[in-house]
Design a binder for this molecule. Structure first.
Ligand SMILES: [Zn+2]
Length: 74
């Protein structure tokens, strides 16, 4: 696999990933990824992207609950 940014070689490793959502932020320290040996850019397999999206959609549902509960306090 080649890096889309610099053409360097991608190696199996881990990379941090963060997502800014409405009202909260998520940060994973180490997600399995392909990391460029040249520029350090990370690419995620669809398997990991799917897992992240599943985690976020579950978090979204609970975050909505919390947002609703906190808005009733005001
Ligand atoms: Zn690169």
């Amino acid at each position: 696999m080649m890096c889309v940014h610099c053409g360097g070689r991608l190696q199996r490793g881990t990379a941090p990933f963060h997502a800014d959502r409405a009202g909260y932020h998520v940060h994973w320290d180490a997600v399995p990824a392909w990391v460029c040996s040249q520029c350090g850019e990370a690419a995620f397999d669809s398997e990991e992207v799917d897992a992240i999206q599943a985690a976020l959609s579950s978090l979204d549902a609970h975050a909505q609950q919390l947002a609703k509960a906190s808005s009733q306090l005001e």
